[in-house]
Design a binder for this molecule. Structure first.
Ligand SMILES: CC(C)(COP(=O)(O)OP(=O)(O)OC[C@H]1O[C@@H](n2cnc3c(N)ncnc32)[C@H](O)[C@@H]1OP(=O)(O)O)[C@@H](O)C(=O)NCCC(=O)NCCS
Length: 116
C-alpha cells in the first residue's frame, strides 16, 4: 500500500512456528470525521483462513492498541468491510459513518476506537 515504507508506518504480524498467519498495518493518517489531532489508520487486517476464529485478530489489535498508546495516539480508525463490522465491535470499535462503497471491494463503514 502507499506509505508502506514510511518510518511512521507500523506492520504487525502474528507468527506460528516462524510462519506469518496474521497481519495488520498502522498508517499515520487522519479522517476529518474525527476531531482528534493524533490519529492512526488500521489497514490490511487479515488472518489466514486456517487460523481464523482463534482470537488472533483480536490479539493483533490489542497489541497494536498498546503500541499506539505508547506513542500517545488518541484514536485508531479503519474502513471496515461490512462483514468485519461485528469483529471490530467485539473489540470496542464504534461505527461513525453510514455505509459507503469502496469500488471492487464492497460495502464499508468508518469505525474508530478511542485510545486515551
Ligand atoms: C476479520 C478477521 C480479521 C477476524 O480475525 P479472527 O482472528 O478470525 O478473529 P478473532 O478470532 O480474533 O475474533 C475475535 C472476536 O470477534 C468475533 N468475530 C470474528 N470475526 C467476526 C465477524 N466477521 N463478525 C462478527 N464477529 C466476528 C469472534 O467470534 C470473537 O468473538 P469472542 O471474543 O466473543 O470469541 C478475519 O476473519 C479475516 O482475516 N477475515 C478476512 C479479511 C477481512 O475481512 N479483514 C477485515 C477487513 S476490514
Amino acid at each position: 500500500m502507499q506509505g508502506d515504507e514510511l518510518e511512521s508506518t507500523k506492520h504487525i504480524g502474528a507468527f506460528l512456528d516462524s510462519k506469518c498467519i496474521g497481519v495488520l498495518s498502522l498508517f499515520l493518517a487522519k479522517t476529518e470525521r474525527l476531531p482528534d489531532s493524533s490519529q492512526y489508520q488500521l489497514r490490511g487486517m487479515a488472518v489466514h483462513p486456517e487460523h481464523q476464529g482463534m482470537n488472533i485478530g483480536k490479539k493483533l489489535i490489542l497489541y497494536s492498541v498498546k503500541e499506539l498508546q505508547k506513542m500517545n495516539t488518541e484514536v485508531v480508525w479503519c474502513n471496515a468491510r461490512e462483514i468485519a463490522v461485528g469483529f471490530y465491535k467485539k473489540i470496542n470499535f464504534e461505527v461513525i459513518s453510514n455505509q459507503f462503497e469502496i469500488p471492487d471491494v464492497g460495502p464499508h463503514y468508518l469505525m474508530f476506537k478511542k485510545l486515551i
